[in-house]
Design a protein around this ligand. Sequence first.
Ligand code: ADP
Ligand code: MG
Length: 618
Amino acid sequence: MAKIGINIATGSLQQEEMIVGIDLGTTNSLVAIIHPESRKPLALKEHNSSSLVPSVVHFGEHNVVTVGEEARKFLITDPANTIFSAKRLMGKSYNDIRQNADFFTYKVIDDNTESLVKVQVGDRFYSPIELSSFILKELKARAEHILKTPVTKAVITVPAYFNDAQRQATRDAGKLAGLDVLRIVNEPTAASLAYGLGLDPAQEKTIAVYDLGGGTFDISILKISNGIFEVLSTNGDTYLGGDDFDRAIVRQWMKEHGITDETIRTNKELAQALRLKAEAAKKHLSNHEVFIDSIDKFHLQITVAEFNKVTAELVNRTIECCRAAMKDAGLEVNQIDEVVMVGGSTRVPLVKKMVSAFFGREVHDELNPDEVVAMGAAVQADILSGNNKDFLLLDITPLSLGIETMGGLMDVLIPRNSKIPTRVGRQYTTQKDGQSGMRIAVYQGERDLVKDNRKLAEFNLTGIPAMPAGLPKVEVSFLINADGILVVKAKEIRSGVETSIEVKPQYGLTDEEVEKMLLDSITHAKEDIATRALVEARTEARQLIDTTLNFIEKNREFLTEQEITETMGAIEGLEKLILSGNKDQVQGAVEALNNLSRPYAERLMDQAISMAMKGKKI
Ligand code: ADP
Ligand code: MG
C-alpha cells in the first residue's frame, strides 16, 4: 500500500510514510487514510470489526492497560479504574470541571484546583494527556497492523471551540504516543473536507456542521473562501448526546416495568444490561419500526414513535443551539449553502428530520457520520504529504515575508504561496549622509503597514562606511530552506560588511492564526491601499522638503527674498499637511511646491551652464 521512494543521498529504496488522519473523539476514536489507489478516504478497520475504537482506557491488575471495546466492558463493573471521556479533561483545571464533577465515575484530583487536572487510578496519577496518549497508541498500533508499515505522522482533529491549551494538550498526547502531529484540524473543517467542500479555492460557501456524538453536541457555522475555513460561530451542549437517548429509553422501560431508581443504583448488572439494550434499541430504530427483546423476566419493546416521543425534547435543545449559532454568525437559514451531519447520533431519523426542517434543506449524510471527521483528517493529511498536487500546503509559505521600509510600510520580499525552498534579494540604500547603520525589521503578513503584521525579528547592520545618502548599496536577501527556516542577510556591497539571522516564520503560529491573518488582509484590503498611498505621498513630500531646503541652503545668494519666503511658506504648509492632510491634499501641496521651485531651479541651472560655457575657450 505504501509508496516506494528513493533516498537520493544514499541511493537506497525506502518506503514513503503515510500520514494518517485521527479523530480523537469523546466517545469513539478512529484512524483514516486516503487509499493510495482509489484516492478516496477510508476509515481503517480489521476484517469484520468496527472502525471505531471506544475512547475508554481500563487499568487492570499488574498495570495491565486495555483500550477500546475491551475497556468499555469495565465501565460498569470496574468504574473506578475505567477512564472514559478523557477528552473532556484536556487542558482543564479542576475549577473548570467542578460543576460536572459528578459526571466522572473515576477520581479526578481536586486538591490543586487551579492547575491542570489529574486522574487517580489506584496509587497512580495520570494526566488527561497521558490518558489520551493511551488511546492514540492503540490507534497507531492498529493502523500499523492494518497497513503493515510504521505510522509516525498524523493529523489530529479537535472541536472548533478548543482553546490553545486544549490544542497543545492534544499535540502533546500525540507526541507521547510516538506520533509527529503535523497539524491540528477543527472537526467541522475536517467533516467539510471529507465532503470535498473547501477543496476548490474558487468556491465560496457557508456551511453548517451539526455534530451529535455520544455525549456532546456541537454546531459550527463555517465560511469557506479562497480555500480558507473561517469559523463564524460555534454553539452546542457539552453534556448532550447519544447517551441521553439511551437514558431516555431506559427510563421509559423502567416506568413500564416499575423498576425504581433504587433498584438501578444497587443492581449494577441490571443497570448495565438495560443501558446496553437501550443503545441497541436506539441503533435498531434508526432503520426499523420496532425493537423487541428481553432481559430475564423483562420484556423490552419500543417503537420509533415512542422513541421519538421520549427524545423530541433532547433534539429540540440541539435545534435551539443551531438557532443561537445562526444568530451569532449574523446569518439567516437561507444563507446556509450546505448542512453536514456528523456523529453517530445523527443516524437517528428524527434528528435528520428536525435539522433538515430547521435549515430548510436536505442535509449531507452520504458518508458514515461517525467516520466523516477522521476521513476529513485523512484528506488534510494527504494534502500535507504532497499527494494531492493541487494543494502543496507544506511546500509553500502561507504568509508573505518582508521588511519594514520608510513610513512603516511592508516591503514584501517573498509573497505568500511562494514555493519553498526559495531565495530573494533586493537592494536598499541609506536615507542620511554618513549613515553607518541600518535597522532591518522582518515581518510576516499581508497588511500594507508593518504595524498590522507579525514581527519576526529585527537586527542592525552596522559598520557601513561613511558615504552620502543613497550611495551605499545594502542587499537584503531572504532564504527559506526546505524545513521552512528563514535566513535573512543584509550586506553592504561596497564595503562587504554583513549580518544575518535565522527565524522560524511559523513558530508559535497556529493554523487558525495564519487563517485569521489572511482573512484580515482581505477585510482590510481597501483601507490598506488607501493607507499605503498616503504613506507614500508623505514620504515623497518629506524627500521634496529635504531636497528643497538643501537647495535653498546652497544657493541662497542667487535667490530673491520673495522666492525664499514663498518657498518656506509652501514648505511649512506641506509640513502641516503631512501631519493632518489626506493623500490628495499632500500630493497637491507637493505639486505646488514643485511648481514654485522649478522656475528658479531651472534659472540657476541655466546660469550654471552658461557660466560653464563662458569659461570654455573655443
Ligand atoms: P463522539 O464524537 O462523541 O466520539 P460518535 O460520533 O462516535 O461520538 O457517536 C457515538 C454515539 O453515536 C453513541 O451514542 C452511539 O450510540 C451513537 N450511534 C451510533 N450508531 C448509531 C445508530 N445507528 N443510531 C443511533 N445512534 C447511533
Ligand atoms: Mg466526534
